[in-house]
Each structure stands twice: as C-alpha cells, then as structure tokens.
Design a binder for this molecule. Structure first.
Ligand code: KG4
Ligand code: ZN
Length: 345
C-alpha cells in the first residue's frame, strides 16, 4: 500500500512515499538555519518556511519514488495533525487535504508521537532491517517537545505509563546549551562535548522525582539548578569548564531516562524496548540503553536509519499504513483540524 505522507509539525518540512513499512522516498527540509539565530523555533518563521517549501518537498518525494501519476500510483495520503505548533501543522494539513481532493484519495490523520514510535519499525526499499514486529513493547519517546513512557500492547494501542510534568528531555538539553552559549539545537553539541571528557559527571546535578517507581519525568528543576550554578560560578570566578558542565548536565538527563525506563521494565515485565524521538540520535545514550536491556536479557530497538530519529514524514506514512489496514481514515476531511496538544491515548 503506497502512501504519500506529510509532516510540518515543527521545524522540518517533510514528505515521503512509503509502501507498508518500507520507505520508498523521504524528503526532509530542515529549518535549523532559520531558527538558529533566535536560539529556538520561531512559529511565524516556521509557518512561512513550510509554506514556501511544501510543494517542492512533496514534488521531490513523488519524483524520487518514481511516481508519475499519483492518482493511480498512490493509495492514500497521510498527514500529522498534532501535537506540534498550530500554525505549522496547518500548512501540512491544508496541503494534504488539497492533494486528497485532487487525487481523490482517502486521508489518514496521524499523531506525530505515533510516528516516532513507528519510526522504529521502518525499513528501506529492500525491506531491511528484516526484524519482525512482536508485541508487546515498552516505548520511550524522547524529543524536543515530549518525554513519555508508553506501553504498546498491539498496533495502535497505547497506554501512557508516565510523562514529563514540565520540560521535555530534548528541550532541557537545548536550554542548557543555550545557557552555555552553544546555540540551537543543543543535543548534538552537548553530545560532542561530553564525549571529549569521557562523560564525566563532575558536578552531580539533581536527578528529579527519583522516588522508586515514579514514572513521571521532570527536567525544569535541573535546568534551574544549572542556571544558578552557572550564575554562582560566574560571580565567584570559579573556573568553568564547558565540557564538564555539558557532560554533567547530559548525565543528569540521561540518568533520569534510564532510571525511569528501568522501573517501567520492572513494573510491566516487558523486556523489549523501542526508543524514538530526536534525542535517540545520541550514540552514547543508545549504548546505555543497550547495556540496560542486556541486564534484562531483552532487546532495544531504535529507528534503523539516522534520518528517522528527528522529524520526518516516512514515520507518519508507516503509522498511517497500520491505521489504513484498520480502516481508520478521516471520514469528513473538511472537519480535520490541527490539534496542537493531541495526546496518544
Ligand atoms: O524529534 P525531534 O527532531 O523534534 C521534535 O519532535 O521535538 O527532536 C528534537 C530534539 C532537540 O531537542 C534536539 O536537541 C534533540 O532532539 N537532539 C539530540 C541529538 N540530536 C537531536 N539530543 C541529544 N543528542 C543528539 N545527538
Ligand atoms: Zn518529533
């Protein structure tokens, strides 16, 4: 089943053609250079950039998939309708409605976080990796806007086990990087700096909500304590080491992720873990999850290709495939609206 999918939930304009779990083409036009100088995503600039690029991105996805006649060669259209930035989501939804009408196709509305889960099941054109899907899974979603532990009983059946009560993990890394003057996005820079000091945890920042079995996350207290630490060390002219600060902050964030996941495994007795979202691009973090799952004689699965960790439309197409199999199409496309705070279950 060939699906043309679109995601414009944040700062990537993305379109893809998928066939079941297989990615035939995937185009991602990143807006990082536009937002970098503002230290974060500016919604009005994101909207404009999506509008300027959406046609090109859709056209490229179809062209690279070798699709000349979408009306006969595409089965349906999929689009992210939340969560995300309202005025950014609108651009993708409008385009998807237009194409669904033009090509006379059914529309599948996908939750962006559902997409991040399904990114772990993606395959290339040839069907690699061949790994089978075997439920149930425990899922950890770690992106710029979300940090969630989810129990995935079967396709499209989500039960939220715990989520952040304030900032998301990626957002915390971005804010710490900003305080250190490292620019946006912060995750990749912090990863590099931490690597250079072998992930030393010299400053031992707090690990919030660390009472056993609390599956909620919290990163805003950590951010505040980091802020005051920087301020104090500035005024007392204590020697500051950016690498050790970045590394210690990253350790605090990652320890929380690992600790809560560990408790969720103990609680659910599930030792098959999926980890999706931008933060899982971090290779050191992947190593820590592998070590954790070895302890439980289990397995951990990440998005199999690097372009699938951050935002992309291929993951939306794959989630849409399983929705289409269950006949979960939009019944009245004129009524489909963006839902910025859409939740999983
Ligand atoms: O999933 P994503 O691309 O967008 C959202 O849906 O939010 O996630 C973006 C987040 C940013 O906070 C970014 O700093 C983080 O993913 N990120 C990383 C790395 N690459 C991106 N965090 C840690 N290490 C990385 N290598
Ligand atoms: Zn995302």
């Amino acid at each position: 089943m060939r699906i043309l999918s679109i995601d414009t939930s944040c700062d990537e304009t993305a379109a893809a053609v998928t066939d079941g779990r297989r990615i035939i083409s995937s185009i991602i036009y990143s807006q990082i250079l536009i937002h970098k100088k503002w230290g974060g995503v500016v919604p009005s600039l994101a909207k404009r950039a999506h509008e300027e690029r959406i046609d090109f991105v859709v056209h490229e996805a179809l062209r690279r998939a070798g699709i000349k006649n979408p009306r006969s060669d595409i089965d349906s259209i999929a689009v992210t309708y939340g969560p995300g930035l309202a005025i950014a989501l609108e651009v993708g939804i409008r385009k998807a409605k237009e194409l669904a009408t033009l090509y006379r196709k059914k529309l599948v509305a996908v939750n962006h976080m559902e997409g991040h889960i399904y990114s772990c099941f993606a395959q290339n054109r040839k069907g690699n990796p061949a790994r089978e899907i075997r439920f149930p899974y425990l899922v950890l979603l770690i992106s710029g806007g979300h940090t969630q532990l989810v129990f995935l009983r079967d396709h499209l059946q989500y039960e939220l086990l715990g989520e952040t009560i304030d900032d998301a993990a990626g957002e915390a890394l971005d804010k710490a990087a900003k305080m250190l003057g490292l620019g946006y996005p912060g995750g990749p820079v912090i990863e590099r700096l931490a690597e250079e000091v072998a992930h030393r945890d010299s400053f031992k920042f707090p690990r919030p909500l660390s009472k056993k079995n609390d599956l909620r996350f919290s990163f805003s207290g950590l951010k505040t304590s980091f802020f005051y630490f920087l301020k104090r060390s500035n005024t007392t002219s204590e020697v500051k080491n950016i690498r050790e600060l970045a590394s210690s902050f990253q350790e605090a964030v990652f320890d929380s992720l690992l600790m809560k996941t560990d408790w969720a495994i103990q609680k659910t007795k599930i030792n098959r873990l999926l980890v999706g979202g931008g933060v899982v691009a971090n290779m050191y973090l992947r190593g820590r999850f592998r070590a954790l799952m070895r302890r439980y004689q289990g397995e951990v699965f990440f998005p199999p290709y690097r372009t699938l960790t951050g935002d992309n439309a291929a993951m939306i197409g794959i989630a849409a495939y399983y929705k289409a199999l269950k006949n979960q199409f939009v019944t009245d496309i004129s009524k489909l609206d963006r839902t910025p705070r859409l939740s999983l279950s």
